[in-house]
Design a protein around this ligand. Structure first.
Ligand code: HEM
Ligand code: HEM
Length: 190
């Protein structure tokens, strides 16, 4: 879509909604991971918290897939950066953010499935999500480590991403954020 006459000035409203909902859900995931693993809590409330973590995580996966499909079917705005290095850096960070947002639900589902303690994954209590593998201590340990790693990488990338947006808004004052919101776009550089 680059340089096309019909290239929109901002992201499609559906992509905007999914971007900000994903941010809220990801913050929720990091917050709930604390109490759900707190061994001083009673088992029933921990079970509920685990189910919520797993359901919200799978919802994030669904949102990411929807956003990637939207990128293919709806015209997207062109790259914001004119400097090729900054354009490459922004594209790489965005791609890695998407990768982490997919790696977390995949490793999460596999670790839940491979866990020596077999607990079904109930999607918001509505239906049971099939576990693709059975209990396996080695796979469980590996997926748990990868899940933790992906979480740490996501935090690092999120910091870089937010810092980059802050530089655009506060130093360069070029209106980047208006591309990821509704209504009028600041057209200075778009
Ligand atoms: C983007 C989505 C997700 C994020 C950001 C996320 C984040 C986290 C974090 C930060 C932890 C704590 C890890 C640690 O302290 O070592 C955790 C643990 C866990 N996550 Fe996720 N998670 C996500 C999706 C999922 C999904 C979809 C599932 C399963 C269907 C899942 C299952 C688990 C389980 C079972 C644990 C606890 C492991 C243990 O017993 O220690 N997660 N997650
Ligand atoms: C306060 C926090 C955040 C702000 C202000 C923000 C802002 C933005 C803006 C303005 C864009 C559009 C860039 C452009 O037009 O070229 C964008 C894109 C993006 N953001 Fe964020 N973001 C935030 C948090 C996050 C988080 C936590 C994630 C991941 C979990 C994330 C993932 C992405 C991705 C993947 C894109 C690329 C969209 C695409 O190319 O399809 N953002 N963000």
């Amino acid at each position: 879509m680059r340089g096309g006459a019909k290239q929109p000035a901002r992201w499609h409203p559906a992509s905007v909604v999914l971007h900000w909902l994903t941010l809220l859900l990801v913050l929720f995931q990091f917050w709930i991971a604390g109490p759900m693993r707190d061994e001083s809590r009673d088992l029933i409330s921990r079970f509920e918290l685990y189910q919520r973590h797993k359901s919200v995580g799978l919802t994030i996966a669904l949102f990411v897939v929807l956003r990637l499909v939207l990128r293919l079917v709806v015209p997207q705005p062109g790259p914001f950066e004119s400097n090729p290095w900054l354009r490459g850096a922004a594209g790489t960070v965005h791609a890695c953010l998407y990768l982490c947002l997919l790696a977390l639900p995949v490793t999460g589902l596999l670790l839940a499935a491979a866990s020596p303690i077999q607990i079904p994954t109930l999607y918001f209590g509505l239906f049971s999500v099939p576990h693709p593998i059975g209990p396996n201590p080695e796979t469980y340990r590996r997926m748990l480590a990868w899940h933790g790693w992906a979480g740490n990488v996501l935090i690092a990338l999120g910091v870089v991403h937010v810092a980059a947006v802050a530089v655009h808004m506060l130093v360069w004052r070029d209106g980047l954020l208006s591309r990821m919101w509704f209504g009028r776009v600041d057209r200075r550089r778009v």
